[in-house]
Design a protein around this ligand. Structure first.
Ligand code: NAD
Ligand code: UDP
Length: 319
């Protein structure tokens, strides 16, 4: 039965890591969810358990092409997120951020729907201000291997704010910092998935550079809560707002923690640092605390435990 407060929600990139958890949470909250994905980095496996739910619908579609559907809210998550994946077809990465955002904003305009953009800490580039507040404009190379993603996401933010100013579209912009958890693609090359799989296989843990670069890791449950809270803020709050866990670690510390937690025999192997790899990253989340009443709750050890057991399962099924 459709309840009176049930709304129709489109999640682009809904078969990906974050999108699949978002679809699941929105269904649990009683909404009618349309998941749109072209399965570039996402997989049906992530949402297979939702397919028989009456208020879940799956549409294979590439959002760089126009989409005509009827919904009340849009979460725009479609975009490969790991450096290996977004650099694999960099022109498509720019297209999904620019053409894809224009298509989704056009849809929001026609429907008078509210739309949330999954932006990124990468808009700050290799930051010279630390930790990063939302009013920092960033330090981004526009011609490097990460630029398709960084500049694509920056342009998407520009489009969101221009549609807001020009067409009065209700927008929400979340700047997501490194997030991890079950449903991450095992081959996406991101640090948490790489290190866990290497540790579980007792293979060398590949640290790029000397491991002194830092990141701040947020567990997916916290991130999904933050995104939903942001969507539900009053219309006069647009963001951009940082969402992430402010606890900062060096990559070497992450490697040691994962080796210890898995009881692995892996040794650390140092590899060259990729071009433009940010040296430090830590969100300031005062704005999220104030406007969303949000603060991450899942400690790193708890989140890693769940992620390790997810990847143990992935390996069991592969063998
Ligand atoms: P992901 O790669 O697992 O998910 C992205 C999804 O988008 C995939 O299912 C993919 O198939 C789909 N997709 C890609 N191009 C598409 C297109 N043209 N049309 C339709 N679908 C398309 O990545 P994720 O980690 O779940 O990230 C989700 C969003 O959050 C992305 O926009 C990403 O930039 C943003 N983000 C994530 C993180 C993080 O740490 N996970 C950090 C910052 C920002
Ligand atoms: N990294 C690493 N070994 C790996 C994968 C990543 O040392 O096997 C490093 C990477 O160089 C970066 C950090 O870990 O400094 C985070 O990388 P990730 O790709 O997860 O995210 P991003 O660089 O986009 O924050």
């Amino acid at each position: 039965m459709k309840s009176s407060d049930q709304i129709r929600i489109l999640v682009t990139g809904g078969a990906g890591f974050l999108g699949s958890h978002l679809c699941e949470r929105l269904l649990k909250e009683g909404h009618d969810v349309l998941c749109v994905d072209n399965f570039y980095t996402g997989t049906k496996r992530n949402i297979a358990h939702l397919l028989d739910q009456p208020y879940f619908e799956l549409l294979r579609h590439d959002i760089t092409f126009p989409l005509y559907v009827e919904v009340d809210e849009i979460y725009n998550l479609a975009c490969p997120a790991s450096p290996i994946h977004y650099q694999n077809n960099p022109v498509q990465t720019t297209k999904v951020n620019v053409h894809g955002s224009i298509n989704m904003l056009g849809l929001a305009k026609r429907l008078k729907a509210k739309i949330l953009q999954a932006s990124t800490s990468e808009v700050y580039g290799d930051p010279s201000v630390h930790p990063q507040p939302e009013n920092y404009w960033g330090n981004v190379n526009c011609i490097g291997p990460r630029s398709c993603y960084d500049e694509g996401k920056r342009c998407a933010e520009t489009l969101f704010f221009d549609y807001h100013r020009q067409h009065r579209i209700r927008i929400k912009v979340a700047r997501i910092f490194n997030t991890y958890g079950p449903n991450m693609h095992p081959d996406d090359g991101r640090v948490i998935s790489n290190f866990i799989l290497q540790a579980l296989r007792n293979e060398p843990i590949t640290i790029y550079g000397d491991g002194s670069q830092t990141r701040s890791f947020c567990y997916m449950d916290d991130m999904i809560s933050g995104l939903i809270r942001l969507m539900n803020t009053p219309d006069d709050f647009t963001g951009p707002v940082n969402l992430g866990n402010p606890i900062e670690l060096s990559i070497l510390e992450v490697a040691k923690k994962i080796i210890a937690m898995t009881g692995s025999k892996s040794k650390i192997s140092f590899k060259p640092l990729p071009a433009d790899d940010p040296k430090q990253r830590q969100p300031l989340i005062d704005l999220a605390k104030e406007k969303l009443g949000w603060t991450p709750e899942v400690p790193l050890e708890k989140g890693l435990e769940k992620t390790i057991s997810y990847f143990e399962d992935v390996l069991r099924k592969r063998n």
